[in-house]
Ligand binder design. Structure first.
Ligand SMILES: [Zn+2]
Ligand SMILES: [Zn+2]
Length: 185
């Protein structure tokens, strides 16, 4: 993305400016109050820089079948575009992710990290998952800069960023089609 964003507001705490944290030279924006995180499209370089060679564990059921998506329009607005976002959920998981159909950005409430990680732990090999997280943590200690409150969740954040990079981006054309078929309010 070439354009430079102005200050963005939290979709939940509308008077709060989002702040910036850095993971592997990748900038993410988060709400200092609720610790929700905003990912712009293309902000997932961490998964592509060769440090994460074994991403096979990501190939669990999450978001695999396009008929299992549920999408609904919602109140929250995209911090970048200021249009309503869409809430995405999947099948038997209670994970909810907010996506913008214009800029393809993704908003995650703080609790969604835990849910996604829990879902992955349940569906994938625990051993592979733990090895993955541990190897990331060794590197992450040096590259993270941000508030301690967010650092507590750093393994979750980077794991989920990797997941989104590989799954959600690939699914975006499907999601856009579902959104375009939704009844207009
Ligand atoms: Zn907030
Ligand atoms: Zn947007």
């Amino acid at each position: 993305m070439v354009y430079h964003k102005t200050v963005m507001k939290c979709p939940i705490h509308k008077d709060k400016d989002l702040k910036t944290a850095i993971f592997y030279n990748t900038e993410i924006d988060y709400c200092p109050q609720g610790l929700g995180v905003w990912f712009e499209k293309g902000e997932f370089r961490i998964a592509k820089d060769g440090k994460q060679k074994n991403l096979d564990w990501l190939d669990v059921d999450l978001w695999k079948e396009k008929t299992k998506f549920q999408i609904s329009e919602e109140e929250k607005q995209c911090p970048a575009c200021e249009v309503p976002m869409y809430e995405l959920s999947y099948n038997d998981s209670d994970i909810k992710v907010d996506i913008c159909n214009v800029c393809e950005g993704v908003w995650l409430d703080r609790g969604e990290f835990k849910k996604i990680i829990g879902y992955l732990r349940e569906k994938s090999s625990k051993k592979v998952m733990n090895e993955y997280v541990n190897s990331l943590l060794e590197e992450t200690a040096e590259v993270f800069s941000g508030p301690e409150s967010l650092e507590d969740e750093v393994s979750d954040v980077i794991t989920v960023a990797g997941l989104l990079s590989h799954k959600l981006s690939a699914k975006f054309p499907t999601l856009a089609n579902i959104i375009s078929d939704l009844p207009r309010s």
